[in-house]
Design a binder for this molecule. Structure first.
Ligand SMILES: C[S@@+](CC[C@H](N)C(=O)[O-])C[C@H]1O[C@@H](n2cnc3c(N)ncnc32)[C@H](O)[C@@H]1O
Length: 203
């Protein structure tokens, strides 16, 4: 078992967020403000339902929505977690997902294809509430795999965050973190913050 409470919860639930990727510590840091408070979490990628079970345990009052293109994932619905079936490669489906916001937490743990990661962020970022977080896992997959524009998600994201700042006229609307574990965590400013801030580790 890992060293943090969330690492232990990940291990018990059986999600590779813990024993493969060791995301527990950084997630715990990022999600501390959501514990025991009502919020809405959307996770792309249900698979065997392990992460849904982990979020149910860690976020006691969260409304949890899992998304997957595999109908077998409907078996992982629960009293706490809804599962929506759809392909995030479909722009119309992404618009439906955005309509389910605002979200406190969005996690992209789906196909890991750069095009999907980038289109999901573009469609879902407006549905992230102030103070909310958007996470893209497993960037190592997309770091070397070019998308249609030949840009890996890591480089695209830096540019995207910068352009978001420009388009909103709020130069530091969001804070971005890239961890050594190859996960991007982007936090929307709650309001009033100034300056690009590192919320965990080093950028
Ligand atoms: C890495 S697994 C999710 C693991 C889960 N989040 C966990 O931690 O236990 C990725 C899931 O993404 C789903 N997926 C792949 N491509 C997808 C797409 N285009 N749209 C929706 N889901 C997709 C797969 O069916 C698979 O169940």
């Amino acid at each position: 078992m890992g060293g943090t409470e969330l690492e232990s919860i990940f291990a018990l639930a059986g999600t590779d967020k813990g024993f493969v990727h060791h995301y527990g510590e950084i997630y715990e840091h990022l999600l501390a403000g959501f514990r025991d408070r009502p919020c809405k979490l959307l996770e792309i990628g249900v698979y065997h339902g392990a992460s849904l079970r982990a979020w149910e345990r860690y976020l006691s009052q969260a409304e949890i929505i899992g998304v997957d293109c595999d109908a077998a994932c409907l078996a992982h619905r629960s009293a706490r977690s809804e599962v929506l079936l759809g392909d995030v490669g479909d722009g119309e489906f992404l618009a439906v997902l955005a309509g389910r916001g605002p979200f406190g937490i969005v996690i992209d743990d789906g196909s890991h294809l750069p095009t999907h990661q980038q289109n999901c962020l573009t469609a879902l970022w407006p549905a992230v509430q102030p103070g909310g977080v958007y996470v893209i896992e497993d960037l190592e997959v997309a770091r070397t795999a070019p998308c249609g524009t030949g840009v890996s998600t890591t480089g695209w994201l830096l540019d995207r965050v910068w352009r978001e700042s420009l388009s909103t006229g709020q130069p530091n609307d969001c804070f971005t973190v890239f961890s050594g574990n190859l996960v991007a965590m982007i936090k929307r400013a709650a309001g009033g913050e100034t300056g690009m801030q590192v919320v965990y580790g080093t950028v």
